[in-house]
Design a protein around this ligand. Sequence first.
Ligand code: ATP
Ligand code: MG
Length: 647
Amino acid sequence: MFNQKNIAFAPEEQVYYPDISFSARANVRDARIYDWAGMDYEGYWAEEAKKLHWYKTWDKVLEWQHPFAQWFVGGKINACVNCVDRHLDSWRRNKAAIIFEGEPGDQVVLTYQDLHREVSKFANVLKDLGVGKGDVVTIYMPMIPEAVIAMLACARIGAPHSLVFGGFSAEALRDRIKDAAAKVVVTSDACWRRGKAIPLKQNVDTALTQCASVEKVVVVQRTGSEVYMEPSRDLWYHELMKKASAVCEPAMMDAEDILFILYTSGTTGKPKGIVHTTGGYLTGVTSTHRNIFDLKEDDVYWCTADIGWITGHSYLVYGPLANGATVFMFEGAPDYPERDRFWELIEKYRITLFYTAPTAIRLFMKWGESYPAGRDLSSLRLLGSVGEPINPEAWLWYHKHIGREKCPIVDTWWQTETGSVMVAPLPGLVPTKPGSATMSLPGVFVDVVDELGQPVKAGESGYLVIKKPWPSMLRTVYKDPQRYVDTYWSRFEGMYFTGDGARRDKDGYIWVLGRVDDVINVSGHRIGTAEVESALVEHPAVAEAAVIGRSHELKGQAVSAFVTLREGIAWAPELEKDLKNHVAKKIGGLARPEEIICTWELPKTRSGKIMRRLLKDIAEGRVLGDTSTLADPAVINQLMQQRLTPK
Ligand code: ATP
Ligand code: MG
């Protein structure tokens, strides 16, 4: 049965309907799923959970002791078995699980059978090193198959993993190892980045001078760079694997045993150690991956996120592998050796599903459409976006130049804390609007509320909250349950507070406006940073924009904008005036930026999100807040200089 979500859109609105041939074959074709799941969300999630392999089914679907949830209570499960072993008793065992291309162009293909062998061996290696159920393993690795093998090996023996993005410094790594009290660290000698070997092991050595919990370090040889090996502590992966047995009985885990700890990106402050457990998390990611990406047996799926972020965990590893997908994994950068590397890869591997972030899309826009135009992207059938609000202009560019106007776009709103996507269109059912993540998924209760927790009226904005527990929700902040309660469950009675602001339009569509702390209050009017930024990005001269509110004597706050320009455009006073007028025309005089500062790059987290709080610190002349997750400190230094130089 096929029917579309039945909404009467205004004629002037830009709405993109699912293509009928896409809808007719979509994994989810019946819009009544929203009603069924809405009426009985526990029942809905229990049905989704049944699609996994359980040693023992649960006694109770949900145990909710506000704000602490347990899902599938009494159920016994193993995440690795679901991602690997259960695909072996069909033809799928010979299917490619991971197709890897390294930055230098080297390739590795691992079938599910191969993956099973490698994971089992590494699980035995970890066991031999004394890692048991509940012992934390920190993984500090580049985007190579061994990273996935290490994650699944941990899951196989019940050791929670804690991934630290390979781009983090020794100090950031040290803090995360210490907080998690890791017993073993898995790393590599180095990784490839734009033709250079960037050391990783060296950072581990520095970090470990202050981490007493770590007993062993396993080192994967990636670049062949010379590294120091501490004789009593450090071991080579390839040597250990040579001797390891390929038979490893998986541990029977409780549904609520910890699967992993992951620290948030640090966009708004000091990162939080988010705890995810096994049964509910796996249910959430597997179900949403199948439904949102419309995964089919013969798809080649590429998620560009690093495994060090939640998107890498949920939609590069656990979701797709539990669904038996073929996952493409890429080590390198989008502009090396050329700016069409991504498009070359899509052409070469005939990628069908492509999932990336707005920050990348804006970069591609900045470089211009000639790069994708030179490649055959006809294999693509669906595009995804995650990480930040996608500006309508970027959405349209993605739709036209990458999707060639035939691929649905799924804009997926979610967080490290939510574990899986919460707001996104089901691509066969939900018409999309550029810039809106559309609506809550079935069985998820996201709402936009006012200060008092009342749902806002159509057309108004407020706070994005989640009103009922969901299976893949974080269970706590590692070793800090009070911070869990304070951060997420204290602002609104009985609701999970996301920290994001949003607008609900007249059709009920959700438009994420950015962090509530970033919302600007000009003379008593609330202006969303995302709206002003989208207006700026719409201007043909602008590649990216970050907007903040800085204190202002008369208005309370004034809008301050920072922009980067598209290739070949020069900064001039007329352009600044033009941009200010453009914003005023698009949104209104109140949103007109007081000043616009042109820069070569915006300060971003290492996951690519704009760090507005640092721009605010600069604009208001404060000491900078936590900068440990900043990708490139040079950007901030330059901006500080610019502020000090009178115009
Ligand atoms: P921290 O919590 O440490 O400040 P962070 O919030 O950036 O870091 P993540 O969990 O990686 O860490 O990011 C989740 C946030 O990213 C969301 O709260 C939201 O602000 C933003 N986000 C993610 N996807 C979308 C999307 N599709 N549309 C709008 N915003 C998004
Ligand atoms: Mg956050």
